[in-house]
Design a protein around this ligand. Sequence first.
Ligand code: MEZ
Length: 556
Amino acid sequence: MSGYTPELKELIKNVEATRPQRVERARKNQHFPAMTMDQRKEWLSKYHPDYKPDGRRAVKVGPNKGETFPEEVVNLLESKSRINPKNIDLAKIDYETDVLVIGAGGAGTAAALIAQENGCKVIVATKLRHGDSNTVMAEGGIQGADQECDSPYYHYLDVVGGGHFSNQPDLVAGLTNDAPLVIYWLESLGLMFDKHHDGRMLVRHGGGTCRKRMHSAGDMTGAEIMRVLRDEARNRSEDIKVLEFSPAVELILNADGRCSGAVLYNLETKEYYIVKAKAVVMATGGFGRLHIQGFPTTNHYGATADGIVMVYRAGVKMKDLDSTQYHPTGVVYPEQNIGLLITEKVRGLGSQLININGEEFCFPLEPRDIESSCIIKECLEKGKGITTPVGRMGVWLDSPMIEALHGEGTVRKELPAKYIQFKRYGIDISKEPMLVYPTLHYQNGGMMINDNAGTTLPGLYAAGEVTGGVHGRNRLMGNSLLDILVFGRRAGMNAAEYLKTVKGQKSGVKLTLEHVEKFEKELAMAGIKEPVVGPMILPEYTPDHVKARQYLSPNP
Ligand code: MEZ
């Protein structure tokens, strides 16, 4: 079986024709010139989807009132609760614990482990199964300055440069200083990092890095991280209880204004449960499934921005929520895989982006927003993209270059998951290039935290993609897997510390959902007549023609 159509095969000949010369130049370390700062600014403003004026509007309520975010995000920030607070009896508590962690990806599980190590009983509530998260979708690696030629100082400079100097400095310092410790911690939990034959860590460049500090486990680094974290949490099940298929739908506060638990929704029985906790960690991940600007996404099925919706109602402010990361290389062919991630490691290993004429058109390791802008320009302005049989546009990612540069068998060894993913559709990526276009990958902004992973709401901590500030307006590869672990660990540790401060307080302070009622009044005052219901919990993919037939039923 051969995956490409005869027309696409014909076009691949242009890539093959220029490959020997391009490989020769790459061997001599001669590359397409990287952009200047001025060019970067111009390209971003002209071609990056974040800079398009349409599809955004100002939010009318809450702590960020008046600020402009993507329409899909604003709809949820202005949503009404799934529950009627008046119908909920907060005296009937179903679970009581020290720390409630909401979300069971890398950030949530790291927080649970560290809180437990610091003496806490923990409940982890998750929408789907333990580990269903963007953590397992991350492929190419995790950054950490643990090599002799490197230091957290260089890592820091790369992060703020990549974020266009919009990052929150204390968070970047936390991220980069804790990174070597996190790499060490992962190894101690049994993570199988890629190594040289003599046992040294194998590290590579990612886009925007001045040193090689990308640590990987093939092209399944996130899945490998989740494997060891989940195993560890499951081995501590006496203290860490995991509630699956139980998304949180509202935070619970107490009369002193402290975060004191959450209302959970059981997806199977449709019951609501009350969890009372002394501290809460929010780790629900990002918003890829909102498909901002109509883009496909690399994100897992549950990435619907639930965390920011809940905390916004409780008064927590958002930072940089108008900034969305489009990963430069999402699949555009075959159609079954549209939007799925093709790891940046493919370019880290030397493959180049090539247009319809077989020409390279940008430096392959620009920061992601710049790289994506170059691809969009090549396709939409220059008309040098390749059209797929269903009318999508893309450019070639010349993966066979990897074999030419590093030897036969490298693709299968370094990118086993990608190799299988394409082989299923008759495409051998060690011999044929892939067709790619930017895909929605990451929520750059989110709820504001401090470097203790604390928030303005006492008792509420947060970590990972639900937060903003660490990466500024553009994240570099491998810093998300790092972020979830650095701030997940800090959230767990500081939640445990916080427990000591609430110990002496009178127990039995009344629980309340008054903030939800107050927020709904604000919605009414702002004239928002038909708010959608939030959190969304699961994305909606039912096409209109199917919906129309569903509503034909007299008893829907
Ligand atoms: O950090 C990421 O987003 C990541 C590791 C993705 C990738 O390209 O592999």
